[in-house]
Design a protein around this ligand. Sequence first.
Ligand SMILES: Nc1nc2c(ncn2[C@@H]2O[C@H](COP(=O)(O)OP(=O)(O)OP(=O)(O)O)[C@@H](O)[C@H]2O)c(=O)[nH]1
Ligand SMILES: [Zn+2]
Length: 288
Amino acid sequence: MKQHGLIIKSHGRRFIVESEGETYDCTTRGKRVDYACGDVVDILVQNREQAVIEGVQQRKSLLYRQDEWKTKLIAANVTRILFVIAAVPTPNEELLNRCLLAAEAYDIDPVILVNKVDLPETQALLDRLAPYAGLGYRIVPVSAKADIAAILPLLEGQTSVLVGQSGMGKSTLTNALLPHAQARVGDISEALDAGRHTTTNATLYHLDETSQLIDSPGLQAFGLSHLKAPDLLHYFPELRPLIGKCRFHNCIHMQEPGCAVKNAAEQGLIQPFRFDFLQRLTRELGNS
Ligand SMILES: Nc1nc2c(ncn2[C@@H]2O[C@H](COP(=O)(O)OP(=O)(O)OP(=O)(O)O)[C@@H](O)[C@H]2O)c(=O)[nH]1
Ligand SMILES: [Zn+2]
């Protein structure tokens, strides 16, 4: 029997799918593994516990992670990205910028969660992030250990994902947000959960009827190779007004004369880090 389901857990080649009140351990056809937590899939039920994924419904969004070797899927159909950053360990601004760009490319409203506000070093980080608030990004200070109330309204009616560098407090935040949801997914058998710490790519938890939270492991880089260099200005809020202002319509803002973006950078109208980031990304996408 064919039916729709929601992937709530991905473990390499296996997926846990929720469908019509039941949970199935699913394999895929052939060698196909390009499914992600949050995907709505077509499944063929085989018995009470097993099914096969036959295809995937069109996605509203798809986030990728990238390591030295390859790109993998993080989560699908996410509507809210919560980027977790903290003063300790040293935050990676490149990762933040890649996350913001991935969000912009899908019109997802990203929120920068500044965790560990109890640490004295946090003020310096908030000062460093001020330019991002200037670009319109919401910055929400929290403490996973003391007070997470500011996060709750951000989750309502959304499929949210917490992402960030290892050590920023994602697991602590997730545990604080999930006391109820943990119990709800408790009916997935222990066997399916075995190896969770080594192989689970992501898990989706139901917070309430309309809100989900996807938990994914710490990541080094967002995969952005699906983007096209000529589209990049659309994803930088501060550069959008310059679209169409360069002398050459196909300007990629590297060496071209009459480049409005380069002129703006020279006049200090763009944060140097953001301009460098645009150029780095243009080179990266050009080579891919
Ligand atoms: N002071 C302080 N420490 C925190 C806070 N939240 C988390 N931590 C600590 O930060 C460290 C890392 O937290 P985790 O939740 O394991 O971080 P993570 O981002 O999930 O890291 P990975 O599991 O490696 O991806 C732990 O020692 C936590 O106790 C906080 O609000 N304040
Ligand atoms: Zn240009």
